[in-house]
Structure formats: C-alpha cells, structure tokens
Write a new protein. Structure first.
Length: 252
C-alpha cells in the first residue's frame, strides 16, 4: 500500500478524473474525503470502494462557497485528525468566450471555481500541514494552462494561474516538508463539457483547428494514476512541477 492511512481531500470527486482518482487512492489504502456537489454520485462512489483497503468518506459541498470550503477542512480534521494530501480537481469550462464577448459573470464564475477555490482550500490546509511537518498538494490544471488556444479566455487564464500558484507554493513551503505539483491533462473523457451551456462558435471553430492534431483521448484512470504517483513517496524529488499528460498533443 503506497498511501496506507494517508488522509486525502479530493474535490470534483463525483465523476471523471476525480472519481477515478478517489478509487485509486482507496485502492492504495488512503482515507479519502471525496468532495462534490452531487451527493448521490458520492454515495455510489463510497459503495464502489467497499472492498478496498482504504475508505472513502462522502462530503457534499460546493467549492465556490466559502462556508463549504471551511466545512471541508473542518470535517476532515475533526474526523481524521490530519490532512496529508489535497487534490484540487474540481473545475469548469467557460462558454469559449474571448476578450470581445467575455461577461463579468462568466469570468467571475470560472475564476472562482478554477483558481480562487483551490487557493482557499490550500490556505485552509497549509497550517495543518506545517504543524505536521509534511503535506502534499496536487493541482489539476490543464494544457490550457500552458497554451493559449485550449479553451475560452477565462478557462485558459484560470489554468495558467493554477500553474503559477503551484510553483510559488512548491518553492515557498518546501522547507516545511510540503510539496506542490500540478497535472496538465490534455483531452480526457470526462463530463466537464457539460459545464458549457452556450458556446461561442466563432472562438470554438478556431480552437477546433488544434483538435485535428489530437493523437489520442485519455481516460480518467490515466490521470488518477498520476495523482497517486504524485501523492506517494515515489515522487518525493518532484516539487513545483507540472506533469503534462496529453498523449503527445503538445509535442506537435
């Protein structure tokens, strides 16, 4: 068991990469606080982990709400007494809006979920990790955080910000026994596309040019495997880094 008795907070756990990651953490013996808005999906996740070495604790919460962020951290500490790993996985797309049609509402919503919420969760757990003398933060970014034409302006900006935040935290807290790394997935089979309600086709058509060179679409388990690797001691020398997992898409 690579993560036996490690306490993990994982957001966006009800589907896709989050669900896959939660199950893989449980397989490796971790105690996973699985966070998402859809309680029924979380209950299904708990049931799916029944025969695994670790355990999954379902916590229905909305990371865009300050009171829920506080509750996530408080319930984890109250139940398990510590937090070893935080995985900021929850995220949404914008409607492929650019500078000429971006609305304040869309900008604020995407930046809040994709960047501000992870910052607040990190702020909530960091002092607990400092007291422990150890901790591990994993931010699920995107190749949209490395390139300009992998989403709308708000999404791309949020993921660039997440990678910058990862580097800052990784360096500033390495002397406290805390690591922080990011994963930049390419195209993966998840439900994130459902967060797009009214796509701007002018922008989307331009972005589709890059899809012509997409070599392969990944599976959620591909990213879940990287989450577990980064959370384990096998990656102890990796800090402040961004691991690209896109099947070679950005190698073109």
């Amino acid at each position: 068991m690579r993560l036996k008795d490690k306490v993990v907070i994982l957001t966006g756990a009800s589907s896709g990469m989050g669900r896959a990651g939660a199950l893989k953490f449980a397989e490796e013996g971790a105690k996973v606080v699985a966070v998402a808005r859809r309680k029924e999906r979380l209950e299904e996740l708990v049931e799916a982990s029944k025969n695994m070495e670790g355990e999954i604790y379902a916590l229905a919460a909305d990371v865009s709400k300050d009171e829920d962020i506080k509750r996530i951290v408080d319930e984890t500490i109250n139940r398990f007494g510590r937090v070893d790993v935080l995985v900021n996985n929850a995220g949404i797309l914008d409607d492929y809006l650019s500078a000429d049609n971006m609305t304040d509402e869309m900008w604020d919503r995407v930046l809040n979920v994709n960047l501000t919420a992870p910052m607040k969760l990190i702020r909530g757990v960091i002092n607990h990790m400092i007291k422990q003398g150890s901790g591990n933060i994993i931010n699920v970014a995107s190749i949209g955080g490395l390139n300009g034409a992998r989403g709308g302006m708000a999404y791309v900006t949020s993921k660039h910000g997440m990678i910058g935040m990862t580097k800052h935290i990784g360096y500033m807290f390495q002397d406290k026994g805390i690591r922080c790394n990011a994963i930049a997935p390419g195209s993966v089979r998840t439900e994130i596309g459902e967060t797009v309600k009214n796509p701007n086709m002018a922008v989307l058509n331009k972005l589709m040019t890059g899809l012509q060179i997409l070599p392969v679409t990944g599976e959620p388990e591909d990213i879940g495997n990287i989450m577990v690797f980064l959370a384990s001691d096998e990656s102890r020398f990796i800090n402040g880094a961004t691991i690209v997992a896109d099947g070679g898409w950005t190698a073109f």
